[in-house]
Ligand binder design. Structure first.
Ligand code: GDP
Ligand code: GDP
Length: 437
């Protein structure tokens, strides 16, 4: 569940995004067959020797202004260091050591996190000439690599994997419901957590001299412990817009990754925007349970139709994520906040629900026969013969069919709707997988 997080840092044009693409390309960890989900450019998953870690390319967060640039990059690395488990520091082997490289190197060396110096663009051994210069940075772990052709990346990954701690098992054994409350700044996340807990948890940690690292809170709910995964505010105050965004995104994504169910919190007066859509996509991509909660409902003037209209408007905007329940709450007046918890519990159960194979086939196959998938381009019939549910942590439906590669996206949506109509799975992303029979 909570895979280690590795940050890619370095000045522009050294090859960070090339590296990111190469590292994440071969990953089989994510089956992107949920319709409407696109890959994120900045967050990815790396698989190496059966182990997984997450990687973030910081290159996407760079201020336009030149005078802010150095401050921004320095600060970004400082706050990033707090959040991640290891750092890949990329430099350009063809250009050689620059003042910003020295600066970044200095910050990294003072930190206790393992960091790796990647002398990139060393496409062949001849390009290693500049390497000696980089030894001045004082790193033990220096790798001359080529993000472009993959040279030496295997050696690097071996070492990175060895230095990381993998806690999958431990986390999977924690059966408590892990709930993430995510959303844009000021939508009311802390207020909601405080209302649920019955006290202001920020006071507890506001002891002078202490810093707020990530802290999970435990909500005791009728004798059951529910873990509210932390998405706490900035540890270090920043004035740089890109860094605030970067940091809050890292927190958000981590919280989603560590959750069973994620609640996307919206401000009733502002509705849903592009940033929310990205967060939604990430929740779906990670196959987490999902609720859209519209907060500050107390501020909206209502007549009998307001909630319905609002709900329809959101449904229209989120299109493919129409399986997410929408609930209207107020962290301030506590309206429906326990209903929200009930809903999260229900969705978590749905996420672990198993439909017996005979039931699946008896109910779905006749419907599929009635509305079969379109024929292949050469006119061959595509037949779905058998369906079974697999997946330990979230529902995956395996469809055995001939020529399944020709089953169009629209038909997969039809199958998904069919499953939902007959078996529910409210708030749960459904994975459809196809095999040759
Ligand atoms: P970023 O700004 O740090 O993300 O850098 P990019 O990944 O966008 O790369 C900047 C330029 O360097 C692009 O033209 C890449 O094709 C090139 N580049 C990246 N890695 C390598 C490499 O290993 N070898 C060579 N020859 N070029 C590279
Ligand atoms: P966060 O940044 O998402 O954690 O948002 P906060 O919890 O700090 O809330 C931002 C502002 O919205 C604060 O001024 C809150 O008092 C206010 N707020 C939060 N929830 C509600 C609500 O349900 N109703 C109203 N009227 N205000 C709220």
């Amino acid at each position: 569940m909570s895979n280690p997080l590795v940050l890619i840092v370095g000045r522009p044009n050294v090859g960070k995004s090339t590296l990111f693409n190469r590292l994440t390309k071969s990953s089989t960890a994510i089956v992107d067959d949920v319709s409407g989900v696109t890959r994120d450019r900045i967050y990815g998953e790396v698989e190496w020797n059966g182990k997984y870690f997450r990687v973030i390319d910081t290159g996407g967060y760079v201020p336009d202004s030149d005078d802010l640039f150095e401050t921004a990059i320095r600060e970004q690395i400082e706050i990033g260091l707090n959040e991640c488990d290891a750092i890949l520091f990329v430099v350009d082997g063809r250009i050689g050591l620059t003042p910003i490289d020295k600066e970044i190197g200095y910050i990294l060396r003072r930190s206790s996190k393992p960091s790796y110096l990647l002398v990139n663009k060393s496409d062949t051994p001849e390009f290693e000439i500049n390497k000696s210069d980089f030894y001045k940075l004082g790193f033990n772990n220096i790798y001359d690599v080529s993000a472009l052709n993959g040279r030496n990346l295997g050696n690097l990954l071996d070492d990175v994997i060895n230095s990381l701690t993998f806690s999958d098992e431990e986390n999977f054994n924690d059966k408590r419901l892990h709930l993430a409350i995510v959303g844009k700044p000021n939508v009311g996340k802390s207020s909601l957590v405080n209302s649920l807990l019955g006290y202001d948890r920020s006071i507890v940690t506001d002891i002078p001299g202490t810093t707020r690292d990530s802290i999970d809170s435990i909500l005791k709910y009728y004798g059951e412990e529910i873990v509210l995964v932390d998405t706490a505010g900035l540890r270090k105050k920043s004035k740089i817009k890109e860094n605030i965004e970067f940091f809050s995104n890292v927190r958000t994504y981590r919280a989603i990754w560590n959750s069973d169910v994620s609640i996307l919190l919206l401000d009733a007066e502002l509705g849903i925007n592009n940033q929310d859509q990205k967060v939604l996509q990430e929740i779906v991509r990670r196959r987490k349970g999902l609720i859209i909660a519209v907060n500050k409902w107390d501020l909206i003037e209502k007549d009998t139709n307001t909630a319905k209209k609002y709900e329809d408007a959101i449904k229209a905007e989120v299109a493919t994520v129409d399986f997410a329940p929408i609930i209207f709450i107020s962290a301030l007046t506590k309206q429906r906040i326990y209903k929200l918890i009930e809903l999260a519990k229900k969705i978590n159960e749905e996420r672990h629900k198993k439909i017996p194979t005979n039931e699946l086939n008896e109910i779905l196959l006749p419907e599929i026969v009635k509305t079969p998938p379109p024929a292949t381009p050469t006119g061959k019939e595509v037949k779905i013969k058998y369906i079974t549910q697999v997946g330990e942590h979230y529902p995956i439906f395996l469809f055995f069919a001939n020529e399944y590669k020709y089953i169009p996206e629209s038909y997969k949506r039809f199958l998904e709707r069919l499953i939902r109509k007959n078996f529910g799975f409210e708030g749960v992303p459904i994975t459809l997988s196809f095999r040759e029979k």
